[in-house]
Ligand binder design. Sequence first.
Ligand SMILES: NC(=O)c1ccc[n+]([C@@H]2O[C@H](COP(=O)([O-])OP(=O)(O)OC[C@H]3O[C@@H](n4cnc5c(N)ncnc54)[C@H](OP(=O)(O)O)[C@@H]3O)[C@@H](O)[C@H]2O)c1
Length: 314
Amino acid sequence: MSTAPIETTTRPLTVLVTGATGKVGRNLVRHLLENGHHVRALTRRPDTAGLPAEVDLRPGDPTQPDAVAEAARGADAAFWNWMGFNGAGASTSVGALASEVAHVVYLSAAQLQHGTRGVMPGVWADVEEAIKATGKDRTFLRAGGFAANTLGWAEAIRAGDPLLMPYPEAVRSSVHEADIAEVAWRCLVEPLHRGRAYEITGPEQLTQRQEAEAIGEAVGHPVTVRQQDIDEARAQYTAWSGRDFAEATLGYYATLVADPERVSDDVEHITGHPARLFTQWATDHREDFAPLGTAQEARRASDHAGALRAPRRL
Ligand SMILES: NC(=O)c1ccc[n+]([C@@H]2O[C@H](COP(=O)([O-])OP(=O)(O)OC[C@H]3O[C@@H](n4cnc5c(N)ncnc54)[C@H](OP(=O)(O)O)[C@@H]3O)[C@@H](O)[C@H]2O)c1
């Protein structure tokens, strides 16, 4: 690894963060504030965003070009988190964003790093193309599967039920959201990352079963895994994400049994430390798998209602 000093911006930047209330976004906001930058957050729910007081909250979401342009006006750079399963409308929103900022850091997907095309990377490929078409500086953070995807197992783990998985031996290189956020912060403030596309993964390959076992270790009781019937899995995934995305996701998991997800060292190159292990993620999120108190039950019920309206992700 190079030991040359890394050029960083010499003045505080104003950065528009989309998805600022999410898993990656909250960590990114913290890094930017701690390092003296100004943060604007585009959020659908400014009243309950729960972000630090210094954050300039702007109402709206990335699918609303007028809200995007308004929030981005006068900002230097933006972190772009395009939620959902297709890129319809992305080019208009991205155009509105790029008319205001000089640099866009986009949270994309690792499959694109190796030229994969098809249903699965469709949304990320479409959004990357839309950003390229603006001609503005960009950095693509092509993230592998988030370790946080395993939060979908929390209900069964809390209840002591076995986890049902169609491909328990699928091998992933799951990445901690804290690493993605740290990379995003560096890419926003260090000019050398402009024009680059990075593959952001965890540091190791684990089967889904091993990830479940690691969560069991962290919570202090064993977690068991059972093979799920593929038709049952298909029905569940289709209900979350639509038929095409569900088929592509299941097909992808099937390939990971014999052809594991890659491990990249881009996190280490950019942040100067190795990417966090899955066991670290499980320890950090132990509480998310613990039995719920009454207040948490109420919050979860309301989050669940929101989640039913919101598209799920890979
Ligand atoms: N999960 C993976 O394995 C994976 C892999 C590669 C890439 N990605 C990409 O990573 C991104 C997700 O990042 P994350 O996990 O940090 O996000 P997250 O925790 O799910 O939060 C995203 C935030 O986006 C805002 N939002 C705007 N429109 C939304 C909508 N229709 N549905 C839900 N939330 C919406 C919400 O904020 P407000 O309520 O404040 O508006 C929410 O807090 C996605 O773009 C996904 O494509 C994911």
